[in-house]
Write a new protein. Structure first.
Length: 177
């Protein structure tokens, strides 16, 4: 019975093979080779398997390699995974490079909670008017879905808190009819 368990391969479907290889490399050699492209995927995997030393290595790597283009992804990961020390480290980078980061392509991809964390800082080196404009742009991009739902309700003349379930129009042929 126990032999049968080892006869079948175990499939880890939620992890890219390169990330799994880095985890194995870390376990067996206590070192690993990472790059900015892989490190964002490595953090959640290391956290899932309780590899706090590998998480720290990832944080240090990102901290040393952070750029304007990677800052938003790094902060998003730090907030998502509750890496408080890492969030504070990244916030310092955000404070120094706010204008460039807030106008980067990845800024609009931040979650609301991540943006709220960043905006708590009083040290952002950016004009308040420009900051407000950037946040307004973020809000427009991130509210497209809500706006779309609102327009559907308006077009259907239904209250915003009602369901959008609709009945087919008279004469509409349904499949199987």
């Amino acid at each position: 019975m126990l032999e049968d368990i080892f006869d079948e391969p175990y499939l880890i479907s939620d992890m890219h093979p390169d990330i799994f290889f880095i985890i194995l490399q870390s376990i067996y050699t206590n070192c690993c080779q990472i790059n900015m492209k892989k490190v964002m995927h490595l953090i959640p995997a290391a956290m899932e398997y309780g590899m706090s030393d590998l998480v720290k290595i990832c944080e240090e790597y990102i901290g040393e390699s952070i750029t304007i283009d990677t800052a938003c992804d790094a902060m998003q990961a730090a907030v998502t995974f509750g890496l408080d020390h890492f969030k504070r480290t990244l916030l310092s980078f955000f404070e120094q490079h706010a204008k460039e980061i807030f106008s980067s392509k990845s800024f609009n991809e931040l979650s609301g909670s991540t943006l709220a964390y960043i905006l708590q800082s009083d040290e952002l080196t950016m004009d308040e008017g420009e900051l407000l404009k950037a946040v307004k742009g973020w809000a427009v991009v991130n509210s497209v879905e809500q706006i779309s739902v609102a327009w559907k309700h308006r077009a259907l003349k239904t209250p915003i808190n009602s369901s959008l379930e609709t009945a087919p129009r008279k004469g509409t042929k349904l499949e199987g009819s």
